[in-house]
Design a protein around this ligand. Structure first.
Ligand SMILES: [Zn+2]
Length: 115
C-alpha cells in the first residue's frame, strides 16, 4: 500500500518480499536506490524512522543511486551497519526536527507552483 509521497520518494508498507527480508535483516525499514522506502506496518508511522529513511533519499540524490549503492555495500562490508558513514549521518540527523534539505526543496518547488 502506497501511503505517502515526498518528492520522488515513496513510503510503502512491506509486503510478501520485504517483510521477511526486513525481519531477516533486523530492520524496521529499508530505502532502495529506486527511491522506494519499504517499512514494516508496525513502524510505518514512526516519524524518526521516516526522517532517517529520508536522509538516505538525500544521500541517493546527493551521490547518485549507483555510487550510493556501491558505497553503501562497501562501507557495510568494511564498517558494519552502525559504523557505515551513511548510517552515521542518518542516525546523527534523524532526531533533528529541522526540515531536511530535501523537504525544503520540495516546499520551494510547491510554493513556486502555487504562484
Ligand atoms: Zn539507515
Amino acid at each position: 500500500m502506497i501511503v505517502a509521497r515526498r518528492d520522488r520518494a515513496i513510503f510503502v508498507q512491506a509486503g510478501v518480499f520485504w517483510r521477511p527480508t526486513l525481519h531477516l535483516l533486523g530492520a524496521a525499514a529499508i530505502t532502495m536506490p529506486w527511491r522506494r522506502i519499504y517499512a514494516l506496518r508496525e513502524h510505518f508511522d514512526d516519524e524518526i524512522l521516516r526522517r532517517h529513511e529520508m536522509i538516505h533519499i538525500e544521500q541517493i540524490e546527493r551521490d547518485g543511486a549507483v555510487v550510493f549503492s556501491l558505497r553503501y555495500l562497501c562501507w557495510l562490508a568494511r564498517y558494519g551497519d552502525r559504523q557505515n558513514p551513511y548510517e552515521i549521518e542518518a542516525y546523527a540527523r534523524e532526531k533533528d526536527p529541522a526540515p531536511s534539505q530535501l523537504a525544503k526543496k520540495v516546499r520551494r518547488v510547491g510554493n513556486r507552483r502555487r504562484q
